[in-house]
Design a protein around this ligand. Structure first.
Ligand code: SF4
Length: 411
């Protein structure tokens, strides 16, 4: 059975000496709360490693009563936002926060969480400040902040909790709804001006010091001669039979018109001279795309049996879909490049799927659909895979704009 703490001052304060008793209860409750913070297990990127280090033996967060990281928000009263917060995760963060019982506290750890950090500009997916999603009590700057900084943040939070009173229910800080604008340019100009003033002030002092110490010679560090170590051996890529010339010969036997990217005019001699490390990059038309991939996969010598990647490039007037294949027997690689028409009039670029040839292509193609808006016909499940279903637009297209999410880099 829970006790409604707010009844205590109502009952005690009117009594003679009752306020002192309420203050004592305040002290005990705050001491208990601040000395037994239970953080939620939460961490998204590099800052989380520092948070984990804070929990480990060297820094030992349990000295501050905050070591019981809980897997359930129902049992946590603190969430340390350690790491980059993306748009897609922000809803889940809000849910986790809502599921934590009161009183609950939030520490924003690191530049990403505080402001988007290195991802502030030109980025559609990172939240520019966790305090836009949940109320934050303590901000810890740094990229990443060291464990000592997190411990300092916990001490600051403990101070904040010690100042609370059961006479007044705690009101979380309001969410940040500042417009997302370029703050860097103004700050950079101000710092430059400040630095100029400092340098002007120092110039006189430097001259004075040089006049007072005419014999001073600055220490010049001794330079060590370059010592070359043992040469590292280079193991060439193991190949069974297939030189670039062999690959091209096998391809052109069946598809004589398919050129190499940027090497359409290459002669046989030049082809023979290409290093074994060179990865042939074939340019194929849409009408031959799936047939060509199928040929590469099933050819006895080429045997391109492993799909490494399918991705795309936006060239502004068209897209290239790129397939990267590897032969586990021949140890050679091949790129296949297929142009997909795209224009303002034809805003729904399409190309055939290769997911029936390589099951791994399934989610690569969904990723391309999500980020570039290229539809793969006959794909068994053509849906977004990274972004929310209601996301408008395709953020890896060169013409993608969204002023509600993206702050343009000013330099
Ligand atoms: S603030 Fe720096 S260290 Fe922390 S998550 Fe962002 S990039 Fe990584």
């Amino acid at each position: 059975m829970g006790i409604d703490l707010q009844l205590i001052p109502k009952v005690l304060d009117p009594l003679p000496g009752g306020k002192g008793l309420t203050n004592a209860v305040d002290y005990i409750v705050n001491w208990a709360r601040s000395s037994s913070l239970w953080p939620l297990v939460y961490g998204t990127s590099c800052c989380a490693i520092e948070m984990m280090a804070t929990g480990a033996a060297r820094h030992d967060i349990s000295r501050f009563g905050a070591e019981v990281f809980r897997a359930s928000p129902r049992q946590a009263d603190l969430i340390i936002l350690a790491g980059t917060l993306t748009e897609k995760m922000s809803h889940h963060l809000k849910t986790l926060y809502e599921q934590m019982p009161e009183p609950k506290y939030v520490i924003a750890m690191g530049a990403c969480t505080i402001s988007g950090g290195p991802f502030y500009y030109d980025n559609y997916s990172v939240i520019k400040g966790a305090d836009r999603i949940v109320p934050v009590d303590v901000f810890i700057p740094g990229c990443p902040p060291r464990p000592e900084a997190l411990l300092h943040g916990i001490l600051e939070l403990q101070k904040l909790i010690s100042g609370e009173t059961i006479r007044q229910p705690r009101v979380p800080r309001p969410l940040n709804d500042d417009p997302m604008i370029d703050r860097h340019s103004a700050d950079a100009a101000a710092w430059k001006e400040e630095d100029k003033k400092i340098q002007e002030e120092l110039a006189g002092k430097r001259e004075q010091w040089a006049a007072e110490n005419p014999d001073f010679k600055a220490y010049k560090g001794e330079r060590f001669k370059n010592v070359s170590g043992p040469k590292m051996g280079h193991t060439p890529v193991e190949r069974s039979c297939t030189s670039v010339a062999d690959i091209c010969a096998a391809v052109h036997d069946k598809f004589p018109d398919i050129p190499l990217y940027n090497k359409a005019e290459i002669t046989d001699e030049e082809l023979a001279e290409l290093s074994p490390q060179y990865i042939p990059d074939f340019v194929v038309g849409q009408e031959q795309y799936t047939a060509f991939i199928s040929f590469l996969k099933n050819h006895a010598d080429l045997n391109m049996d492993l799909l490494l990647q399918v991705t795309a490039v936006d060239w502004k007037d068209h897209f290239d879909v790129l397939v990267h294949l590897y032969s586990t027997t021949g140890k050679h690689k091949i790129f296949v490049r297929c142009s997909v028409d795209y224009s303002k009039e034809n805003d729904t670029p399409e190309i055939d799927t290769i997911s029936h040839l390589f099951s791994g292509a399934n989610w690569h193609e969904r990723e391309i659909f999500d980020l570039f808006g290229i539809t793969f016909t006959n794909h068994p499940d053509m849906r977004r895979i990274l972004l929310r279903d209601d996301f408008v637009g395709h953020p890896l297209r060169k013409d993608f704009e969204d002023s509600s999410r993206i702050v343009k880099r000013p330099y």
